[in-house]
Design a protein around this ligand. Structure first.
Ligand SMILES: NC(=O)c1ccc[n+]([C@@H]2O[C@H](COP(=O)([O-])OP(=O)(O)OC[C@H]3O[C@@H](n4cnc5c(N)ncnc54)[C@H](O)[C@@H]3O)[C@@H](O)[C@H]2O)c1
Length: 262
C-alpha cells in the first residue's frame, strides 16, 4: 500500500524535541526519507533508536545531523549532507526554537534577547536560504513553526513573541517568492503543547508546573494541552498533496485558546 510520503525527502529541524520527534515518527511511518537536525546530538540519537524500534523506516532513510540552526556554516553543512544522502528536498519543517527566559522587558538581558532572535528568526531564515535551491523541481512544502504567541502578546515573553511574529513575515514573503516553483509555505501555530518547552516555561511562572497545568486546563476551551501528535498531524497534512492549495496561511492547533483569550 502506498503512503503519503513514499520516497519523499523530508527535513525537520528541532527534530529531537517534542513536536519535531512526533513529526519525524509520523513521516517515518508514511514512507519518508528523513534528515533530522538538532543541537542536541544525544537526544537525536535516542530519536534514531526510537525510529528504528517503533516505525517501519529503513536505516538508509535516517540521517541525523547535529547543527546549531543559527550558524551559517552548520546550516549549509546539514543541507549539503541531506541532499547528498537523500537527493532533492520535498518537505521542510523549519521548527527549531528556544523559549528564552520568562522576564519582563526591563529585566530581560540583551544577550538572552539576541539568542532567541538568532535561533528563532535567523535560524528559520538561514534554513530557507540554504534549503530552497535544493527543492525538487516539481515543488514541495515548507512549514514554519510559529505559535499562538506569534499573534498575541504574552507578558514576560517579549523575545519569543517577537520571533514567532517575525516568522509569519518570513512565511508570507517566501510563499510569494516560491509559488511559481510550486513550493507552498505555511505556518503552524500551536497553543500549549505537552513538551519540554512548555514544562520549562511553566517552571518559570509564579504558578509553578502543577499550578500552570491547572491554569492551562481551565483556560483552554478544549480543557487540555495539545499532544505533540495533534501538531504533527497538521504539519503532515500541510506536507501532503491533500493540502495542495494551502499556501501563505497560518494554521492554528490551539484548542481554541486564541479566540477565547486573544
Ligand atoms: N510546546 C509548546 O507549547 C509550543 C507552543 C507553540 C509553539 N511551539 C514551537 O514548537 C516548536 C518545537 O517546540 P517543542 O515544544 O517541541 O520544544 P522542545 O524544546 O521540545 O524542542 C525544541 C528542539 O529544538 C532544539 N534546538 C534548540 N535550539 C536549537 C538550535 N540552535 N539549533 C538546532 N536545534 C535547536 C532543541 O534541542 C529541541 O530538541 C518550536 O518552534 C516552538 O517555539 C511550542
Amino acid at each position: 500500500m502506498s503512503s503519503r510520503f513514499d520516497g519523499k525527502h523530508c527535513l525537520v529541524t528541532g527534530a529531537a524535541g517534542g513536536i519535531g520527534s512526533s513529526v519525524a515518527k509520523q513521516l517515518a511511518n508514511e514512507g519518508a526519507k528523513l534528515t533530522l537536525v538538532d543541537l542536541d546530538m544525544p537526544a537525536l540519537e535516542n530519536l534514531g533508536e526510537a525510529l528504528r524500534a517503533e516505525t517501519s523506516i529503513s536505516e538508509s532513510h535516517i540521517l541525523l545531523k547535529a547543527a546549531d540552526v543559527s550558524k551559517v556554516s552548520e546550516v549549509s553543512a546539514y543541507i549539503d549532507a541531506s541532499v547528498e544522502n537523500h537527493g532533492p528536498i520535498d518537505c521542510f519543517h523549519n521548527n527549531a526554537a528556544i523559549e528564552g527566559p520568562v522576564s519582563f522587558i526591563e529585566e530581560h538581558s540583551v544577550e538572552d534577547f539576541d539568542r532567541v532572535v538568532a535561533v528563532n528568526i535567523r535560524g528559520v531564515w538561514l534554513g530557507l536560504k540554504f534549503a530552497i535551491p535544493h527543492f525538487a523541481s516539481k515543488g514541495g512544502s515548507i512549514v514554519i513553526t510559529s505559535s499562538v504567541a506569534g499573534t498575541i502578546g504574552s507578558p514576560g515573553q517579549s523575545a519569543y513573541v517577537t520571533s514567532k511574529t517575525a516568522v509569519i513575515g518570513i512565511m508570507r514573503t517566501a510563499c510569494l517568492e516560491l509559488a511559481e516553483r510550486n513550493i507552498r509555505v505555511n505556518t503552524v501555530h500551536p497553543g500549549m503543547v505537552d513538551t519540554g518547552m512548555a514544562r520549562r516555561i511553566a517552571q518559570q511562572t509564579e504558578l509553578g508546573e502543577d499550578g500552570f497545568v491547572d491554569w492551562v486546563t481551565a483556560t483552554i476551551p478544549l480543557r487540555r494541552y495539545a499532544t505533540p501528535n495533534d501538531v504533527s498531524s497538521m504539519v503532515c497534512y500541510l506536507f501532503s498533496d491533500e493540502a495542495s492549495y494551502c499556501n501563505g496561511s497560518e494554521f492554528f492547533v490551539d484548542g481554541g485558546i486564541r479566540v477565547g483569550n486573544g
